[in-house]
Ligand binder design. Structure first.
Ligand SMILES: Nc1ncnc2c1ncn2[C@@H]1O[C@H](COP(=O)(O)OP(=O)(O)OP(=O)(O)O)[C@@H](O)[C@H]1O
Ligand SMILES: [Mg+2]
Length: 477
């Protein structure tokens, strides 16, 4: 087993790593850190939640000069939330080194960013659009860049950021080091790599299955109009306190978060039409456990690392297998276990099996939970709560009340009342959800029928046909 101490990382960085409680490097860290420290270009592929951020972050913090007046490191991320998170993770890892790390993303006041850029940050974490904006304004100069990282490189391509990335990298020195990381590397990534990387060292610690192994995966076949009730039943049965629910469209996300709120769940939505202040507020509440459910479009599918997320629900089936891998990867992170439930309407079954074959993982079929099962599930959770309280003891102060209640009522009624009180209450408020059309994919259907369907190339072609994976027309989430 390797340890962090075996890498030639400086003391200050090792101290922060220890304080963060990282006991040993993850496999991608074990392979990537020495190579990045050596100065190699890297293509790093590893499952969701396995510490890719530190895999590039630690050697970057180590090799770049914190006393420089220039931007030395640039990390590009597909979404604003991810840029903020990566900047925070690097700040924690670099707590004892003096790097100035600045997130730069769209939706944030540009004047404030310009001011912050004047403070001479050494590492920038940004979304491509806003970085270009600053390059054009000449408020961000990359002439002395030493390391460029493309986090979630495939997603940035898929979102139509290829030209932006090309523009940005054309402003950087040719002899810089370039690192490319993701949990999925579809074919078009090769072209990008050939263009921008020099003799890259390839690391793939992904086993046969692309999904993280600690996630139990289930699917439920149902009618579109059954989805909401089934979701509520599952939430109750599972006693979910931190979950992400993915919906296909912004309208879906709005309606679903509103519907869940009406039924008594602490839920809020996240998508690209909200203001940045709203997006920040929602993420903050979710990270602080002030809301129990984050309802989101694919804007939250990539990279987001929120501790304690136990469940992911695909309320709508994802468009492709890579989206599936990343969405469910919001749980089961850093060695924790997680559960993922995917709703599939009858016309989408072929697509689900196609995804299953692409990710090389068995997704287990579950029957629709009945109302009675949900009711029992809620009660079971209430009973577990009661048992926990009894185990914790310290009940003496309550025993006088208990005695006087027992004089008036029988024990059975009293305990039943306690269970009822502790069972999650949900209302039956009327909710409105506009139905989404099924994901129908001719290619997936045809492949499924012919019994073929192995290999990633197929899906890539199919995505192009869908008009995705092109460089023009940025994806809206
Ligand atoms: N060596 C380690 N030991 C324990 N925890 C770690 C270690 N390295 C990273 N972590 C923690 O694991 C979590 C996941 O890390 P990270 O977000 O970098 O994963 P990722 O591989 O980038 O996932 P994704 O593909 O979803 O972006 C973070 O909370 C991080 O702090
Ligand atoms: Mg990541």
């Amino acid at each position: 087993m390797i340890t962090f101490e075996e890498f030639s990382l400086n003391r200050k960085i090792l101290k922060a790593v220890r304080e963060l409680g990282f006991e040993e490097p993850t496999p991608i860290q074990g392979e990537a850190i020495p190579k990045v420290l050596e100065g190699r270009d890297i293509i790093g592929l590893a499952q969701t939640g396995t510490g890719k951020t530190a895999a590039f972050g630690l050697p970057m913090l180590n090799n770049l000069d914190p006393d420089s007046d220039e931007i030395q490191g640039l990390i590009l991320c597909p979404t604003r939330e991810l840029a903020i998170q990566v900047a925070e993770e690097l700040s924690k890892l670099g707590k004892y080194v003096k790097h100035k790390i600045l997130p730069v993303y769209g939706g944030q006041d540009i004047g404030r960013q310009i001011k912050a850029l004047k403070q001479r940050p050494t590492i920038i974490v940004g979304t491509p659009g806003r970085v270009i904006d600053h390059i054009n304004r000449k408020t961000l100069k990359l002439e002395n860049l030493k390391i460029a990282v493309l986090d979630e490189a495939d997603e940035m391509l898929d979102m139509g950021f290829l030209e932006d990335i090309e523009t940005i990298l054309s402003k950087t020195p040719a002899d810089k080091q370039t690192l490319l990381f993701s949990a999925t590397m579809p074919k078009p990534i090769e072209k990008l790599a050939q263009k921008f990387l020099k003799d890259p060292y390839r690391i793939s610690v992904v086993s046969k299955q692309t999904t993280a192994p600690q996630i139990s995966q289930y699917y439920i076949e149902l009618d579109e109009h059954q989805k909401f009730d089934v979701l509520c039943r599952l939430l109750d049965m599972e006693g979910t306190t931190s979950a992400i629910i993915f919906g296909r469209t912004k309208r879906r996300v709005d309606q679903l978060s509103e519907a869940l709120t009406k039924r008594g769940y602490l839920a809020e939505g996240l998508h690209g039409d909200l203001s940045q202040a709203q997006r920040d507020a929602v993420m903050k509440k979710f990270r602080n456990n002030q809301i129990e459910i984050l309802v989101a479009t694919d804007v939250a599918a990539r990279g987001l690392d929120v501790t304690g997320v136990t469940h992911v629900f695909n309320f709508d089936l994802p468009q492709n297998s890579d989206s599936y891998v990343h969405r469910i990867g919001r749980t089961g992170r850093a060695g924790n276990i997680g559960k993922a439930f995917t709703f599939v309407t009858y016309r989408e079954i072929a697509h689900l099996h196609y995804i299953e074959s692409m990710v090389k993982t068995k997704i287990q079929k579950l029957p629709i939970p009945t109302y009675a099962q949900a009711f029992q599930g809620k009660q079971r959770l209430a009973v577990e709560k009661l048992q926990g309280v009894i185990q914790d003891g310290a009940l003496n102060e309550y025993k006088a009340s208990a005695r006087s209640l027992l004089e008036e009522y029988d024990a059975l009624s009293l305990v039943a009342a306690a269970v009822k009180l502790l069972s999650k209450e949900t209302t039956n408020e009327e909710v409105v959800l506009t139905p989404e059309p099924p994901v129908f994919n001719k290619k997936a259907f045809a492949i499924q029928k012919s019994g073929k369907g192995k290999g990633k190339g197929r899906e890539v072609r199919e995505r192009k046909r869908d008009g995705r994976g092109k460089s023009k027309g940025k994806k809206q989430r």
